[in-house]
Design a protein around this ligand. Structure first.
Ligand SMILES: [Zn+2]
Length: 344
C-alpha cells in the first residue's frame, strides 16, 4: 500500500492525493499553514491565560465557582498529563470526571486513583448501565451509523463513546456551575482552532440534536439521561458571561510523547499491558480499530498520528510502528464476546 513519504497516511485515506515526490496533500497544506499555526499556538495560550485571570487567582477572594475546570479523565497518558498541567502549571481547581464505559483497563482504573491522589484532585466516577452501553457499542460496531467525516478521526465505537462523554461533561458542568471543560486531546487529535472554544446555547442545542439523531435509534429513551434537558438550558441562560468553555491545552503547550510518559510516571502512572498500541486506557479500542480497518481500509488513528508526525512530535517510524501493530486477538475476542458480536 502506498503511504505518504512524509507522514503516515495511506492511499486509502479519504480525499488523499500525492505529488510527484510521494507527499500527500495534507502535508502540503500543513507546510503552507505552518507559520500561521505557530502564531495561533501563541495566541491561544495568551487567550487562555487572559480567561484564567478573569475568574481565578489569589487576588480574587470572591471566587465564583467551586471548581475552575471539569476534566474528562480517561486515565490515559494524555489526559493524566493534562490534569497535571492544569493543576500544577496553571494552579487550577480541577474536578476530574471518568466515564466508565465498562472496558477501562484495570491499569487505567489504578492509574486514575494514583494520579488524582498524587495531584490532590477530586474525582468523580460515572458508571452508566453496562447493559445499555454494551447495546450502544454493539450497534455502533455492526451498523453504519456515522458519516464518513466522523469516521476519518475515530472508529464508530469511539465516536459513540465520545458523544456520550461530551454530552455528560456538558450536563455536569452546567449542573455544577463549572466554567471550563477540559480534554486531553493530543495535538494530532484536534485542531488548534478548537483549543479554547466558547459555547453558546445555539451550539449546544445543535450538538445535542446531532447526538440524538444518531444514538436515539439505538439507545431509545435511555439516551435522555446523557442529554441536556430544558432545565439545563434554563440554568445556562442564568449564568454570567464567562460561562462555558471547551479547552484542550495540549494543542498550545509543548508536547512530546516521551516527556508526557516520563512526567505521568512521576505521578505513579503505570503503562498498561493490556491495551493496544494507540490507547493507554481502553480495551474496547482494540475491537474498534480492527473493525474500522477492515471496513474502511485505513487505521482510525492514522489522521491523528499523521498530525503528530507532521508537526514533529513523533518520528515517521514511530508513527508507522503504532499503526502497524495489530491489536491483541485475545482482547478483541473478549470484547466481541462481551458485546455478543459473532462476526464482523
Ligand atoms: Zn502526508
Amino acid at each position: 500500500m502506498k503511504i505518504c513519504a512524509n507522514c503516515v497516511l495511506p492511499e486509502t485515506f479519504p480525499g488523499i492525493r500525492f505529488n510527484e515526490k510521494g507527499i500527500c496533500n495534507f502535508c502540503l497544506n500543513y507546510q503552507a499553514k505552518k507559520e500561521r499555526i505557530h502564531l495561533q499556538k501563541e495566541a491561544y495560550r495568551y487567550k487562555f491565560l487572559s480567561l484564567l485571570d478573569q475568574f481565578r487567582g489569589p487576588d480574587k477572594p470572591d471566587r465564583l465557582f467551586s471548581y475552575d475546570v471539569l476534566m474528562a479523565y480517561s486515565g490515559g497518558k494524555d489526559s493524566s498529563y493534562t490534569l497535571k498541567i492544569l493543576k500544577q502549571n496553571y494552579g487550577m481547581k480541577v474536578l476530574a470526571l471518568t466515564f466508565d464505559n465498562g472496558f477501562l483497563s484495570s491499569y487505567a482504573l489504578n492509574n486514575i486513583k494514583r494520579v488524582c491522589e498524587s495531584l490532590g484532585i477530586d474525582h468523580l466516577l460515572v458508571s452508566p448501565s453496562r447493559k445499555l452501553l454494551n447495546q450502544a457499542f454493539r450497534e455502533s460496531a455492526i451498523g453504519e451509523i456515522y458519516c464518513q467525516k466522523a469516521l476519518e478521526r475515530a472508529s464508530s465505537i469511539c465516536n459513540t463513546c465520545m458523544n456520550l462523554v461530551k454530552s455528560y461533561m456538558l450536563k455536569t458542568a452546567i449542573e455544577m456551575s463549572i466554567p471550563l471543560m477540559a480534554y486531553g486531546w493530543s495535538p494530532g487529535q484536534a485542531p488548534i482552532t478548537s483549543a479554547l472554544m466558547r459555547w453558546n446555547a445555539g451550539m449546544i442545542k445543535q450538538t445535542q440534536q446531532s447526538i440524538a439523531s444518531i444514538l436515539k435509534k439505538i439507545m431509545g429513551d435511555a439516551l435522555d439521561s446523557f442529554l441536556l434537558s430544558d432545565r439545563h438550558f434554563k440554568l445556562l441562560n442564568l449564568k454570567n458571561s464567562i460561562f462555558l468553555y471547551n479547552l484542550h491545552p495540549l494543542a498550545f503547550i509543548d508536547y512530546n510523547e516521551e516527556e508526557v510518559l516520563e512526567k505521568v510516571k512521576e505521578l505513579g502512572w503505570e503503562e498498561p499491558l493490556d491495551t493496544d498500541s494507540n490507547s493507554t486506557n481502553c480495551l474496547l479500542n482494540s475491537l474498534g480499530v480492527k473493525i474500522h480497518q477492515r471496513r474502511l481500509g485505513f487505521h482510525p488513528y492514522a489522521l491523528e498520528i499523521a498530525g503528530l508526525v507532521r508537526a514533529g512530535y513523533m518520528t515517521r517510524e514511530e508513527g508507522l510502528a503504532k499503526l502497524l501493530k495489530e491489536p491483541d486477538d485475545k482482547i478483541v475476542e473478549e470484547v466481541k464476546r462481551e458485546l455478543s458480536i459473532t462476526s464482523f
